[in-house]
Design a protein around this ligand. Sequence first.
Ligand SMILES: Cc1cc2nc3c(=O)[nH]c(=O)nc-3n(C[C@H](O)[C@H](O)[C@H](O)COP(=O)(O)OP(=O)(O)OC[C@H]3O[C@@H](n4cnc5c(N)ncnc54)[C@H](O)[C@@H]3O)c2cc1C
Length: 510
Amino acid sequence: MRFSYQRFGGLNYSIYAGGLFVRVLQLQDVPHLILKEKDILTTFQVSIFIFRELTVNKRKNKEPLRGGKALKTDVFIAGGGVGGLALAAKLASRGVHVTIAEQLTRESPVYKGELLQPKTLAILDRLGVLDQVETCGHPIDQLRFQEIYRRKGSTPEEINLTELNYSRVASMYDHALMVPHEKTKSILRDKGKTYEEYYHYLHGARFLGFENGMAKVKQNRKNLYIEAQVYIGAEGRRSPTRNAMNVHVKRHDYNHHFLTVTIPRPSDFTKGKIITTASQFLGLFPLPDDKVRTVFLIPAGQYGAIKEKGLDFIYEAYSELEPELSEGVRTLKDWKKIQLMIPYTYHVDHYYAGNLAIIGDAAHTVHPMAGEGMNLAVQDADVLGELLAWCKEEGKPFEENLHYYEDVRKPRVSFLLNLSHLSALVYSLRYEWWRTIRKQAVQRIYDDDQLHVKQMLNISGLGRWDFTILDRAVQGSIFPPRGQKVSDRRQMKYIFSETEDYPWKKVKKG
Ligand SMILES: Cc1cc2nc3c(=O)[nH]c(=O)nc-3n(C[C@H](O)[C@H](O)[C@H](O)COP(=O)(O)OP(=O)(O)OC[C@H]3O[C@@H](n4cnc5c(N)ncnc54)[C@H](O)[C@@H]3O)c2cc1C
């Protein structure tokens, strides 16, 4: 096995040295030690002492482990979030030695993405975990968009209701899935562990940066040095790997924030739903076990003032926007369960440098409106994992081929970042006239099949079909909706083929 603590060779020497040490003490007739020549236990204890002196204390001096003393692996991944875990599982499944360092020792209490888009389901299927993920999830085949007038202490007045359906995408992956974030992570982690020869998970291990061309990781207050052929930063928004790559990051902020919390739902409340007034937004995404993830928009900077109003403010808002949840929301007894979510976006100018590369939130973060962040991380992992596995199988240098990863992923991510940004703008302006435009534009997506197919195909991640000026003119009610239905055959042209996902394979064949 290539991956090894090579200092284990030192253990043999120290056992040998320990034996010698005992022998010397015997020869000197040390009175307070009852020594027998065959006292293996004492020999072992002395050996451990010498071994620790030779290795652990040396590390305490913060001297990097050099040459044969570093931990060796093919691929080192900093960060065991959904992106890092998907990449590690894929690499290990293909016989690539991977070491993954995750700083946390237990589940994170912080809410993160739960909506798995169809392309992500396809990737999980190839990893052999889709059945398990489906069992833990709630399928979302439809998103409903409801415009209402909110009425104090009373049921709202509906002014428009429309829907978008994943079934318009010509794929066997025809729905999204709401899965608790930590559940998806634990399924991926367990999958990786099944390839024990190739998979090395270091928990409670914080990646600190690079020293002498090696990754420096702190685990149990000790420094470890890991030597890899390629180093992947999957540490999320604060990424030491990204810092080492000297990339340009420009952050864009929004005029709104979100409050998010999971509450009980009636068992027949099963569709994804977005409820809006001219100034309010409540997103509802059903989870398994009769729960629903709620996302409530607030103006940026208003969190403190709203928190002061207390839970009654939340009870009232939710009940008046969606009366079906008025009972569920009242089970909420502690403000601490509500998480503030501050949306912002950035996209780095390059995804790799030398033998370093970044994936997921380390490379880009997206407005949550289109539910893409976690999906982009898994999709990055899939392309990069396939590339690195191919390099290993074909004996190609990792470093020389990393550009393929950026070539495939950067334009797709830019496209989805833009789509999410536009979706956010649709809900950012708090005027009645704006709501009138939005209501018509969302309704047009349903009425015009080409818009419907494009919207769902694009957010599914399964393909990319750009909107044209004509599309926007139809959406803006300048032209009427087009009558004809988009055939599956026509749509297939825009679904990513294997060659588009993994273009280097075509290069090999050519
Ligand atoms: C409140 C919120 C709501 C969201 N909603 C959605 C949604 O509905 N749909 C969606 O698709 N996405 C959503 N996202 C985004 C989604 O959660 C992220 O895009 C996704 O988790 C990114 O995955 P990642 O693996 O790149 O990073 P992360 O999930 O951030 O994982 C990074 C991991 O690296 C570890 N780490 C960090 N630094 C180090 C270090 N130095 N050493 C070792 N380990 C380290 C962290 O502990 C963490 O486990 C949401 C995010 C937030 C915060």
